[in-house]
Write a protein that binds this ligand. Structure first.
Ligand SMILES: Nc1nc2c(c(=O)[nH]1)N[C@H]1C(S)=C(S)[C@@H](COP(=O)(O)OP(=O)(O)OC[C@H]3O[C@@H](n4cnc5c(=O)[nH]c(N)nc54)[C@H](O)[C@@H]3O)O[C@H]1N2
Ligand SMILES: Nc1nc2c(c(=O)[nH]1)N[C@H]1C(S)=C(S)[C@@H](COP(=O)(O)OP(=O)(O)OC[C@H]3O[C@@H](n4cnc5c(=O)[nH]c(N)nc54)[C@H](O)[C@@H]3O)O[C@H]1N2
Ligand code: SF4
Ligand SMILES: [Mo]
Length: 708
């Protein structure tokens, strides 16, 4: 790929983009002759992820390059003081002094799927190898952690088993807990473009989102109850004799245990719990039984739940039961961020080590120790980010280093998070002055973003893309890998962090993947984009399957249903509407098409921002009518302790559910959504139950028509 190519730094579709910088201009990129915001980008026709397609966020990216950037390190010992601008040297001195005084377990790193592979690799090595603490987690904990755990439980390893080519010949697409039309638009458009007249697209979601609007079928399920629906589909498939006995016998184990659990949910029972007609369950079973090739996409509607891993496994069970792997279909987890896959490959969660290794595995730990020349990697995973917040409040973690994420808005239970951020010595690597996390920061490093910095990213279908530098970074900013390298060197780590340029890191990391599932040891930058692993992971050359589990077989798991804040038995008898009081609702939340998370980038693009509504909540018109709420009224949403205020929009959503955007920053609303989102977690993945809250809804203020 040419020098003017890079990967879009927004969603995990991983579209290839190209700029209008020709050879001549490219040479002058760093001579102040090319104004970053005037660079034009378009979809790269040669990139396998998008073949030239692009969405509005991608195409407007350059407009985010030079607005409100941080251009100098900032420091204050107490957050009651204003920041002082300081030099890099001073900033490093302050930090190194602090780090040296603290015990490894008093330091914590919270990083991001938006970093390059090189950034994440160096930070992980600094924490786990050099400081010898596994106190490192990423925002993937709020995102992909449940899919990672489920894949490992079912297949013995992480990584989606299929790829984008599979979109072309599938005839059934299931979107469950995924609003791909808004969150993964190019992928969704590819399906829309190539679909045949008899293709069936099904969306399972409480909200009539854009994906549902463009689907053939919308199953309007009660939030939190997907496990029941999927168990019920397995029950029906078994009853109809439409399971693939041959596949089950040859390539899987534990089917009967899974079936036992599924038998608790015949459609009569499931339809009550899920709040859907029996024929929706039958239809889904029919499609699993009869499709030529069926792909199930899922994202946060399954992953961010107390029952998340079971939701994931119940879906994978259906694919195993019908032999829908490889040429006949696939469970396809959609990655959120552009390099969450790369982060997982380098092991940036509390338990990981490079090359999909795990700190708990002695052999794997030793391999990495030997390669790094650093002994003493801890054998137990560190606390996850929600646990780290508690440890800060208990005074056990004293320094938190946040990189490329905005926890002051996106972590659950924000009042508690804000207290913790006030208490800890907070170091932040950030590109923009308006990130709300900076309000709590003591020390700030001005960071470069993609594509001001070069690097490698892996997107949803395991394809790596090389990001060429395509904009001049603001003066006095640095890429994250360099900030960590320089700090490590000041602490005596020159031997372990000898990197002169970014490429040195990639070359070091690459070799560590040799012989692993995600083996990229022979990849050359000039050959990228390129996917690791076979087109279909786990498929043998003979056409059979061999998984990464100890016995080589995929594993069914029984998937019991759990839900918070609602009594399960009552739900079975009365349904959700029979349980909730007139003013009680389930608050769900998610994304909007033209904004990215906390809006530090997309909120700066005029053409995107001017289309945005005021901070809104979607309410079913009949529910609104019963509470005397009309379109554009301001409503209060309370979880008993905290409340948020939103403008009411009366739209199509399942009754007794309301939907808002989760990412509103403080400049957009005084009451961010996660004030009323709980920090309880799934027991297996420790991913928070971000999408389910029992709340009370009331009219706060009538719409002022004169103001509208
Ligand atoms: N425009 C845009 N695109 C993005 C992002 C962005 O910020 N903006 N972020 C990226 C990231 S990091 C991620 S993780 C992905 C997320 O991509 P998605 O997961 O597709 O996005 P969400 O809107 O968070 O959630 C999807 C749907 O889950 C539904 N839902 C809520 N609860 C339940 C439930 O219990 N069951 C079911 N079946 N559905 C439920 C919501 O109504 C919503 O429509 O998007 C990526 N793409
Ligand atoms: N209620 C609820 N909460 C959620 C979710 C939900 O659906 N509902 N979704 C969760 C999910 S899936 C996710 S992924 C998270 C996302 O949450 P966050 O990661 O907190 O959101 P972003 O706004 O993307 O924050 C990234 C920050 O890094 C900065 N940045 C960008 N590039 C770079 C870089 O290269 N280097 C540095 N140092 N900084 C950079 C940006 O300016 C921005 O401030 O939110 C989670 N929280
Ligand atoms: S679909 Fe995702 S990766 Fe592609 S251009 Fe849009 S935001 Fe970027
Ligand atoms: Mo995410």
């Amino acid at each position: 790929m040419g020098k003017n190519s890079f990967q879009c730094p927004y969603c995990g579709v991983g579209c290839g983009l190209i700029t209008n910088l020709g050879e001549e201009k490219y040479k002058n990129l760093f001579k102040d002759e090319v104004i970053p915001s005037q660079i034009k980008v378009r979809g790269n026709p040669d990139h396998p992820a998008n073949r030239g397609l692009v969405c509005l966020k991608g195409v407007t990216l350059p407009q985010t390059f030079d607005k409100n950037r941080l251009t100098t390190p900032l420091y204050r010992e107490s957050i009651n003081e204003p920041f002082k601008e300081i030099s890099w040297k001073e900033a490093y001195q302050i930090l190194v002094e602090k780090l040296k005084k603290l015990l490894p377990e008093e330091i914590y790193f919270y990083i991001s799927g938006q970093l390059t592979t090189e950034d994440s690799y160096v930070i992980n090595k600094f924490a786990k190898g050099f400081l010898k603490t596994n106190n490192i987690d990423a925002n993937s904990r709020l995102c992909m952690a449940s899919a990672v755990v489920a894949y490992k439980m079912a297949f013995g390893s992480d990584g989606p088993p299929c790829c984008y080519e599979d979109l072309e010949d599938a005839d059934v697409f299931l979107f469950i807990g995924s609003n791909a039309a808004e969150a993964h638009p190019v992928l969704f458009n590819r399906i829309q473009r190539t679909r045949k007249p008899d293709t069936v697209v099904v969306t399972v979601d409480p909200y009539y989102n854009d994906t549902a609007k463009k689907s053939d079928v919308h199953i309007k399920i009660n939030a939190g109850t997907d496990t029941v629906l999927l168990n019920s589909v397995l029950y029906l498939l078994h009853q109809w004799g439409r399971i693939d006995k041959n596949f089950i016998e040859r390539y899987t184990e534990n089917f009967n245990q899974a079936l036992e659990e599924a038998k608790k949910y015949p459609p009569e029972v499931a339809s009550k719990i899920c709040g859907i007609p029996k024929r929706d369950i039958e239809l889904l079973a029919y499609l699993f039984a009869n499709a030529k090739k069926l792909i199930s996409f899922w994202a946060m509607g399954l992953n961010q739940s107390v029952n998340a891993v079971m939701k994931n496994l119940a879906l994978i069970n259906l694919h195993l039961a019908t032999g829908r792997l490889g040429d006949r279909g696939c469970p396809f987890s959609l990655t959120g961020q552009p390099n969450a896959m790369g982060g997982r490959e380098v092991g940036y969660l509390t338990n990981g080590l490079p090359g999909y290794r795990d700190v708990r595995n002695e052999e794997e730990r030793k391999e990495v120790e030997q390669y790094w020349g650093l002994e003493g990697i801890k054998p137990t995973p560190g606390p996850v980010i929600t646990e780290a917040i508690d440890l800060i409040l208990e005074g056990k973690i004293k320094l938190l280093w946040v990189v490329a994420t905005n926890p002051a808005i996106t972590l659950p239970n924000l009042k508690k998070v804000w207290k913790a951020l006030e208490k800890v010595f907070l170091v932040v690597n950030e590109a923009y002055a308006d990130s709300d996390t900076l309000k709590f920061a003591n020390l700030v490093f001005p960071a470069q973003i993609v594509p001001e910095k070069e690097g490698i990213m892996t997107a949803t279908d395991r394809t790596l893309t090389y990001i060429h530098q395509n904009a001049q970074p603001p003066k006095n900013t640095k890429p994250d890998w360099l900030i960590f390298t320089e700090v490590a060197n000041l602490m005596g780590g020159e031997k372990y962090f000898p990197y002169k340029e970014r490429k040195d890191i990639f070359e070091e990391y690459k070799k560590l993947t040799k012989g692993r599932l995600c083996d990229i040891s022979t990849f050359e930058e000039k050959d990228l984009p390129k996917r690791w692993g076979a087109k279909h992971l786990y498929k043998t050359p003979e056409g059979g399957f061999k998984f990464k589990t100890p016995g080589g077989k995929a594993k069914f798991h029984p998937t019991p249903f759990e839900i918070a804040e609602i009594d399960k038995e009552q739900l079975k008898e009365k349904g959700l509407e029979g349980i909730l009081q007139k003013d009680e609702f389930i608050l769900i939340n998610g994304r909007i098409k033209n904004q990215w998370h906390t809006m530090t980038k997309t909120g700066k693009v005029d053409s995107l921002l001017k289309q945005e509504l005021p901070p809104f909540v979607i309410i079913h018109p009949k529910d609104a009518f019963e509470l005397g709420i009309e379109e554009m009224d301001i409503v209060k949403i309370s979880d008993g302790e905290n409340e948020i205020y939103r403008v009411a929009l009366l739209r199509n959503i399942k009754r007794k559910h309301i939907f808002t955007y989760f990412g509103y920053p403080l400049w957009y609303t005084e009451t961010p959504t996660n004030l009323v989102v709980a920090d309880r977690v799934d027991p297996y993945s420790k991913e928070p139950d971000l999408k389910f809250r029992r709340v009370r809804l009331s009219l706060h203020k009538k719409a002022d028509l004169a103001e509208l």
